[in-house]
Design a protein around this ligand. Structure first.
Ligand code: FAD
Length: 424
């Protein structure tokens, strides 16, 4: 018999376990993978961008009520302090916070040591077959004490978790199983049926930090090209969001950080059947006038017979340049010195305002985060407790909150895990 059982040893579940056990609760952490924190190890390219000092509600999508309440209780400074207390000094790269070791493995190791110190019962490689509400008897209660604090439990209702390794009872249950982003790291939706059997509804998980399949450029020809670009999403004709950074062109379409930063709203719009386009500026360092003037000057000063394609050599990646010249409608073989004013305008438009039609997000298997999750109206936004079953809590990505890239999603995992874990 435990005070608290937590299902899922990802970022939010580990934080919930540490928070609950440090309050004296006897805690079990159940994880179906063979080890804890598998996804944490993959974060930030193995370096774990665990929070960001530029923290505000508008860095997130989904339930603003949840995130506002959450951040008011556990914000980035609390995260930095928490890890410092576990022996991990923060490394601050322009507000993006990493462990000083720049190793995600340090974060997982710190949790492992902390949970051991707090006598958390960590059970990995366990398969959950059923979650039931259960009556906690006096006999159960007497056996429930944390060896670290000798604190007794005294409640009457609770949960019984049936697994392939026996059944376990607890007074409270915290579900921290994530959604379906990168399922090979554990968050595979395998607990959804059990959650729904408890009467909760899960809004469809949608890939939120991900690339997109697109039409409008010959992506097979430009696959592998990376360049600084500004991408702007246009949903049903309305400009929605924009971001600048390293765009990655792939055989299916577009990816990279600037695409991730505008992806949540695009995924949601595509799911609703809305028309989505992305306008790409492949030369954000130049204004339209500057680029137009540059092309004109090159044309005027070109005295030999070089082609347009040769004349603009070095301006952009050569595969990309050729594709954008094609898209402009000007022949790449046209003599550079013979460009007309209209040619210069068409080239400028193609380089700075190419519209691609967005078809669909890449699958959840390629996404860093999913939008969607437990219906917010079914939980208390301050405590994260179920309004259907007292003593049942949800945290992490399973809740309807998704952040942009930059440490925001882990911050939400720490925030929500801490709140759910700390409740007694
Ligand atoms: C490649 C990659 C890089 C990322 N980089 C960053 C970054 O640098 N910064 C950032 O802020 N965010 C980053 N993220 C996002 C961040 O990792 C997640 O938002 C965060 O880990 C979510 O935490 P969670 O606890 O909600 O879910 P998860 O971390 O997905 O953990 C869920 C846990 O529950 C377990 N589980 C699932 N089903 C069951 C079941 N049936 N029984 C038992 N256990 C179960 C899973 O195995 C897993 O251990 C990245 C994500 C990916 C994939």
């Amino acid at each position: 018999m435990y005070d608290v059982i937590i299902i899922g040893a990802g970022a939010s579940g580990l934080m919930a376990a540490a928070a609950a056990a440090s309050k004296g609760a006897r805690v079990a952490l159940l994880e179906h993978k063979d080890d804890i924190g598998k996804k944490i190890l993959a974060t930030g390219n193995g370096r774990c961008n665990f929070t960001n000092t530029d923290m505000s509600v508008n860095k997130f999508h989904g339930s603003k009520a949840l995130i506002k309440n959450g951040l008011s209780q556990f914000n980035y400074a609390d995260t930095i302090r928490f890890f410092k207390e576990l022996g991990i000094p923060a490394y601050d790269n322009a507000g993006y916070i990493y462990p000083n070791s720049r190793q995600a493995a340090s974060v997982v190791a710190a949790f492992r040591m902390e949970l051991m110190r707090l006598h958390v019962d960590v059970k990995t490689g366990i398969s959950i077959t059923e979650i039931k509400t259960a009556r906690i008897t006096a006999e159960d209660t007497n056996s429930a004490s944390n060896p670290a604090t000798n604190k007794k439990t005294d409640d009457r209702t609770g949960y019984c978790i049936q697994t392939d390794k026996g059944s376990f009872k607890s007074k409270r249950l915290i579900i921290a199983c994530g959604l379906t982003a990168s399922p090979k790291l554990g968050s595979d939706g395998s607990l959804f049926r059990q959650i729904e059997a408890l009467g909760h509804h899960i809004q469809k998980p949608l890939p939120a930090l991900c690339g997109f399949s697109c039409d409008g450029l010959n992506f097979k020809k430009i696959t592998g090209v990376r360049c600084d670009a500004t991408v702007a999403s246009v949903i049903d004709g309305q400009m929605t969001e924009q971001n600048t950074g390293e765009l990655q062109l792939a055989d299916y379409g577009i990816s990279g950080i600037p695409v991730f930063q505008i992806s949540s709203l695009m995924s949601r719009a595509l799911d609703k059947g809305q028309r989505v386009e992305v306008i790409i500026d492949f030369l954000p360092a130049f204004s339209d006038d500057e680029l137009n003037g540059y092309i004109k000057d090159r044309s005027i000063t070109t005295t030999d017979n070089r082609s347009l394609n040769e004349m603009l050599n070095g301006l952009l990646n050569n595969k990309l340049l050729l594709e954008l010249i094609h898209k402009s409608g000007v022949s790449p073989d046209k003599k550079g010195r013979l460009l007309t004013d209209d040619d210069c305008k068409s080239l400028t438009r193609s380089i700075k305002h190419t519209a691609v039609s967005v078809k669909k997000p890449r699958g959840a298997e390629f996404a860093q985060v999913c939008a969607g999750g437990i219906c917010t109206k079914e939980i208390d936004v301050r405590t994260l407790e179920s309004k259907i079953h007292p003593g049942l809590y949800f945290c992490g990505e399973l809740l309807d909150v998704d952040g942009i890239c930059g440490g925001y999603n882990l911050q939400w995992a720490w925030t929500s895990g801490y709140i759910a874990g700390e409740m007694q």
